[in-house]
Ligand binder design. Structure first.
Ligand code: WT7
Length: 633
């Protein structure tokens, strides 16, 4: 598309234009897409309710932008290349024409199974191309998809189905990940025992393991697809710009995960614009984003942004270290990957194997490297730069959040300057500011503060599903008039941004976002647990580890065993990604006289900074601090 920024000068000009006249700027970007009807007004907004509307009254369907409009030029170009988990299994390539036809056929399956515009459809699948097909088939007919990461538990699925009011779920019999065969359908069955309301389960066959198929409720994907006689075009539903496209659940500092709502036009425009400008893809180049589609990174940079831009997206089913730590490099060489987009946690886990797995790998196709999900430490950045990029590939450190839809702060590959462990500069349209605890803007450079954004961009969160007040409370109430990210940030003397991590009670464990409140709820469900408090601590591989302080009704006789049991309960309630790394049994927690847990102290102890606990005199029982210190794991 022609809104591609190619020089640093152009970046500065685009940035300025986007701030001086946002409506004209975004209208210019949006002009590049295919609309059934154009907008009446580019932007209406206030951050108090909040209310944000982009491209009001425009009409479109995102799948026509991802698929139909590319057919003439790119019908036979690969849209999705799929690399399976197993090294001996052949991969698959789906051209734009094939993907279009699959999406249309599955859209027709959805319709014949009773899915209507506006219905919520949950998707709990492994990383197979049919996952992308399922998402776009929903979008084709105006159904709202909600993808649930395959690592979440039955209870988590049930919570999401319930919250979204979903009557449909699409799953697989199982999923291959590394040496494991994950029983997805069984987990869905467990979820449906506690969660009513689901009328239809569509099951894609991947692992051919035995599953139970309930009459009248469960149907096979392949059998339903075979019934579609007219494999032609399923007419795309004409959507309003602000119609919801998807819900994606994410953790906050309180309560259960909330459903972040993204809408059709704004999300499409920003996911695509950010993809093109951050990664600077070349015609026909293979883009390999290693994220799971269950996260926003996968939604935007495996599926929607890449396909809207007419790119080729490589989707990998497995994990970086299986069958060995050379797997990513084999995939890069096999498909001549140009852009590799991964997470610091993956880089660190590969670093641990040294450079042997890189021996004999060519990697000369690589042109751009990307990182996302957590702050990247210098050691990991340098290793990535030296051993993977051979010092010739720009590294884009891309900062964003589920609520943002697309990358907000990042260098543009080869176009704007990079700086180790800095996300660097905001994309055009993004107006970041730092504020102090009182919400006062901190101006100037070489300053730190809480990161807020003061003006809407097209893919800012619109609401949290079913609970608009929660959206306001979470993001727009802390610092009135601003969107609050929950991240701390430093702006250096050149005005470059370095994200320093969450300042709220949200943990980032191996790039997975987990709320401490959620963890405590899960731990407290375990028999014998009276109370618990969870904090994060620096972890070499995971970025942050989970440290839980637990009060039991009586001290356990076999501590390791009880720890393992509690971890099992957490895996049951949330998923195995949330298992605590350390569980310390304590007789009490440091609380103020008003009963508030002083997490600051617990954090310091978990971090091992025992000398810097600060003032403990306001505690109800300061002696408990000594006991906790002595028992530190
Ligand atoms: C949180 C959002 C959207 C990416 C997947 C995670 C942290 C994300 C970076 C980065 C430092 C980062 C922040 C943010 N984060 N990218 N490049 N540098 N921190 O999405 O699950 O919504 O988590 O991930 O703390 O708030 P998410």
């Amino acid at each position: 598309m022609s809104t591609r920024i190619e020089t640093y000068e152009q970046y500065k000009a685009a940035y300025e234009a986007s701030v001086n006249n946002p409506e004209a700027f975004w209208a210019g970007v949006a002009d590049q897409f295919s609309w059934r009807r154009k907008w009446d007004k580019v932007l209406e907004w206030n951050f108090t309710e909040p209310m944000v509307k982009w491209f009001a009254n425009a009409r479109l369907n995102i799948t026509e932008n991802c698929l139909d409009r590319h057919l003439a030029k790119r019908g036979s170009q690969p849209a999705i290349i799929w690399e399976p988990n197993g090294v001996d299994e052949p991969g698959r390539v789906m051209t734009y024409a094939e993907l279009h036809s699959e999406v249309c056929r599955f859209a027709s399956v959805l319709r014949s199974n009773g899915v209507q515009k506006g219905d919520r459809v949950c998707i709990y699948m492994g990383m197979v191309p049919e996952l992308a097909v399922a998402m776009m088939a929903c979008a084709r007919i105006g159904a709202i998809h909600s993808v649930i990461f395959g690592g979440f538990s039955a209870q988590s699925i049930a919570d999401r189905l319930q919250d979204a009011g979903a009557r449909f779920i699409i799953t697989c019999d199982g999923a291959y990940r590394g040496g494991k065969d994950i029983p997805l359908k069984n987990t869905v069955d467990d979820a449906l025992q506690t969660s009513g309301g689901v009328e239809r389960v569509i099951v894609f066959q991947r692992t051919h393991t035995a599953v139970s198929m309930i009459k009248g409720r469960d149907v096979w994907w392949h059998e339903e697809m075979a019934k579609v006689i007219d494999s032609g075009v399923t007419e795309a539903e004409e959507m309003e710009a602000e119609d919801p496209l998807f819900i994606l659940y994410t953790s906050g500092s309180t309560g259960k995960p909330k459903g972040v709502v993204h809408t059709t036009a704004g999300y499409m425009v920003y996911a695509t614009y950010s993809f093109e400008n951050v990664f600077q893809p070349k015609e026909g180049e293979v883009h390999f984003c290693t994220a799971d589609i269950g996260w926003i990174t996968g939604h935007s940079y495996i599926v929607y942004g890449v396909l809207c831009a007419g790119g080729t997206s490589l989707m990998y089913e497995g994990i970086p270290t299986w069958p060995d730590a050379g797997r990513f490099w084999e995939i890069v060489d096999k498909y001549k990957v140009g852009i590799l987009y991964t997470a610091p946690t993956a880089i660190r886990s590969l670093m641990a194997f040294g450079t042997d797995p890189l021996q004999g790998k060519d990697l000369s196709s690589l042109r751009v490297l990307g990182t996302v999900g957590e702050p990247i430490n210098e050691e990991a950045w340098n290793w990535y730069n030296e051993h993977v990029g051979k010092r010739r590939c720009p590294i884009v450190d891309t900062w964003f959040q589920t609520e943002n839809g697309g990358i907000l702060i990042s260098n543009l590959a080869g176009v704007t300057p990079s700086k180790t462990s800095y996300a660097t500069l905001p994309l055009p349209g993004i107006q970041p500011i730092l504020v102090d605890e009182q919400g006062k803007e901190i101006t100037g450079n070489d300053v730190s503060g809480n990161l807020c954004i003061k003006f809407p961009w097209p893919s800012v969160i619109r609401t949290t599903w079913g609970d608009h007040e929660r959206c306001r409370q979470n993001y727009f109430a802390t610092y009135p008039g601003y969107y609050f990210t929950g991240d701390g940030c430093y702006r250096d003397s050149d005005g470059m941004y370095r994200i320093t991590g969450r300042v709220d009670d949200v943990l980032n464990v191996s790039g997975h976002r987990i709320g401490t409140a959620e963890l405590e709820n899960a731990i407290n469900m375990h028999t014998g647990v009276l109370e618990s408090a969870v904090v994060g601590y620096p972890h070499d591989l995971k970025g942050q580890g989970i440290y839980a302080y637990v009060i039991m009704d009586s001290m356990p006789d076999d501590e390791p065993h009880t720890r393992a049991d509690i971890a099992q309960t957490v895996a049951r309630v949330i998923g195995s990604i949330a298992k605590p790394d350390k569980i310390q049994f304590v007789p009490g927690l440091p609380k103020t006289r008003s009963g508030k847990i002083m997490r600051r102290i617990l954090r310091k102890i978990a971090e091992g900074e025992l000398q810097q606990l600060g003032d403990v005199s306001t505690l109800l029982d300061p002696s408990v601090v000594e006991i906790i210190k002595d028992g530190r794991l």
